[in-house]
Design a protein. Structure first.
Length: 133
């Protein structure tokens, strides 16, 4: 597994916890990194994703609500919501990563962690987010 894919998986785990526990990342990350000993560059990229999603969440959630026709965020599964936030952050704010890569990575996360149909749902919404860029 590539370092960035690993970082995305770890970031997704933290974003899931943030959503469930409704706490800031400062309360979760120290213990999380103690339990998940990874290379510093993996940790750095994961932290960039986590902090970025956390900081831009209101803006991201507004877009997701707009593009998820007939769905509101509270009806989405927690994992789908976390994947969408992660992918949207990459697409909108990490300009050095091509949108197609961010979408593909989100789809792969959905195939691993989501339901059988999650990847289709995520693909459709992130392609709309990409068009805002």
């Amino acid at each position: 597994m590539g370092k960035r894919r690993r970082a995305r998986e770890l970031a997704l785990q933290v974003l899931y916890q943030l959503d469930i526990r409704e706490e800031p990342s400062e309360h979760i990350l120290p213990e999380f990194w103690e339990e998940n000993d990874v290379e510093q560059d993996v940790r750095n990229f994961a932290n960039t994703l986590i902090k970025g999603v956390e900081e831009k969440r209101p803006e991201i959630d507004k877009l997701l609500t707009e593009f998820a026709f007939n769905w509101n965020l509270s009806r989405m599964s927690v994992i789908d919501r976390a994947i969408l936030r992660l992918g949207s952050f990459e697409i909108l704010f990490l300009k050095e990563i091509p949108s197609a890569v961010s979408i593909n990575e989100a789809i792969e996360l959905a195939k691993i962690f989501g339901t059988d149909d999650s990847f289709k749902f995520i693909n459709g919404i992130l392609n709309r987010v990409k068009d805002v860029k």
